[in-house]
Design a protein around this ligand. Structure first.
Ligand code: SAM
Length: 276
């Protein structure tokens, strides 16, 4: 597989935001550098217009240093080992890779070897979703994770006692990596599916629906999420900014979902909504 590499100069404060935006248009790997970011995308997936739209949005803070150079596949495991530190969420959750030392004193340890997928807990949206999950009783519950990335939220649900966990993502690299992470966390009976919620068309009804994607996808798919939930069930959403909460809340209300709780970090928001 050939990759395009973009060297983007970017102020440190905006790196996370830019990574999230570029991930949405198909970039799947990032390395932070002294000057900003190196961002990578599979050659066949590169959509110049979508990429330029993101950079234009952040033109105050980001510019391309060097246009793409086609390169051979990078050894991401090696790169991740250099750049990925464990992270703790509250008192009870510790996210680490298999090459980090364990912390047995913490209640829930999540093993993530991220490779090319999004979801290590470092990004505010993942962190907020995990924090919301800790506030919800998962014991014996049916949980579905839409846009699962590394599978981190699905794994959290399993660790918190969910009896049924389903997960899927539109990116086949995430599916491959997610399944590896499920195996690492004792979830080898759970397999990540490939596709959008409409394509996968999950069967049955759920107590908790998790979706950390982006504003447009969430608004567009909200009615499907609502239809998957049992009455009294919870929808956890993230992937949008605090200034988008009203739009998300209004759309949710149209689908019979009431806002229960909100958290934010670095301008990113995450909500818990309840199905009426
Ligand atoms: C922001 S990441 C979240 C990953 C992980 N769930 C987390 O919380 O860290 C969003 C993920 O959603 C996937 N995605 C984007 N659009 C999607 C869609 N319509 N349906 C399912 N997955 C989607 C992306 O491939 C990406 O892995």
């Amino acid at each position: 597989m050939q990759y395009l590499e973009f060297k983007i100069s970017c102020k440190e404060d905006f790196r996370e935001v830019l990574i999230a935006e570029l991930a949405e248009v198909g970039f799947d790997s990032f390395l932070e550098t002294d000057q900003g970011l190196d961002a990578y995308i599979e050659e066949g997936l590169f959509d110049r217009e979508a990429y330029q739209e993101v950079l234009e949005k952040y033109q105050e803070v980001a510019h391309v240093l060097v246009e793409e150079g086609v390169m051979a596949k990078v050894n991401w495991n090696e790169e991740w080992e250099k750049h990925y530190d464990p992270i703790q969420v509250g008192e009870q959750v510790y996210v680490r890779a298999s090459f980090h030392a364990p912390k047995p004193e913490i209640a829930h340890e999540i093993l993530i070897n991220p490779k090319m997928s999004f979801g290590t807990g470092h990004h505010a949206t993942t962190f907020l979703m995990l924090s919301h999950q800790l506030d919800l009783d998962h014991q014996g519950k049916r949980v579905i994770d839409i846009g699962s990335g590394t599978g981190i939220l699905a794994i959290m649900a399993h660790k918190l006692g969910a009896r049924q966990v389903e997960a899927f993502d539109i990116d086949d690299w995430c599916v491959e990596n997610g399944n590896e992470n499920f195996d690492l966390n004792g979830m080898s009976t759970v397999r990540m599916g490939l596709g959008t919620v409409r394509e996968v068309a999950p069967q049955g009804i759920f107590d908790i629906v998790l979706a950390n994607i982006n504003k447009n996808v969430l608004l567009e798919e909200m009615e499907v999420y609502a239809s998957l939930l049992d009455r009294g069930g919870f929808l956890l959403l993230s992937g949008f900014y605090t200034h988008d909460i009203t739009d998300i809340e209004q759309k949710a209300a149209m689908e019979g979902l009431r806002l229960l709780k909100q958290k934010d970090k670095d301008n990113w928001a995450a909500l818990i909504l309840e199905k009426q």
